[in-house]
Write a protein of this length. Structure first.
Length: 163
């Protein structure tokens, strides 16, 4: 009788451990992503680690922002293997409004919908354009104010790699 009771307890314990394991896997797979991209994709912050990250705040009422978009696109095109680039609309536009501006101003880099300030603990910029540089470990390495060029961004990343 004791050995039968012992077997039942062992069986229940094994099933409980299996249940907890499967429960944990199921709910971790269903966790909400950290950020969303305009095209409908999303991701987790840990997915961004291992590459440099450039986040550019822009708005349609900011002439230097519009001026730097081709440079940002060129930088992204030439460096997408080692760098993730996001544009964030300072006015927090979404949907059709954002799509119209993306087309109108030729924003050819992924447009993040989630406020990067909330993701990385940044203060909202006081002026535009502002570009943040984050290293592959997730540390903010630079905050650039004003329009940037592809060459300047490439030089800064090389400089930060060396330090």
């Amino acid at each position: 009788m004791i050995s039968r009771m012992s077997k039942i307890k062992s069986f229940i314990k094994e099933r409980f451990i299996l249940f907890i394991f499967l429960f944990t896997i199921f709910f971790s797979a269903c966790s909400k992503p950290d950020y969303e991209i305009f095209n409908g994709s999303s991701g987790y912050l840990e997915d961004l680690q291992g590459k440099w990250l450039i986040v550019n705040y822009w708005a349609d009422w900011c002439p230097p922002c519009i001026k730097e978009m081709p440079e940002l696109s060129s930088f992204y095109s030439n460096n997408h293997e080692q760098v993730n680039v996001f544009a964030y609309n300072f006015d927090r536009l979404e949907g059709q409004e954002l799509q119209e501006q993306i087309i109108r101003f030729k924003v050819n880099v992924p447009s993040i919908l989630t406020d990067p300030g909330k993701l990385f603990g940044w203060e909202s910029p006081q002026s535009l354009p502002v570009t943040f540089i984050v290293d592959p470990k997730g540390n903010t390495r630079g905050i650039l104010i004003g329009a940037q060029t592809r060459e300047k961004l490439e030089l800064l990343i090389e400089k930060y790699k060396e330090s």
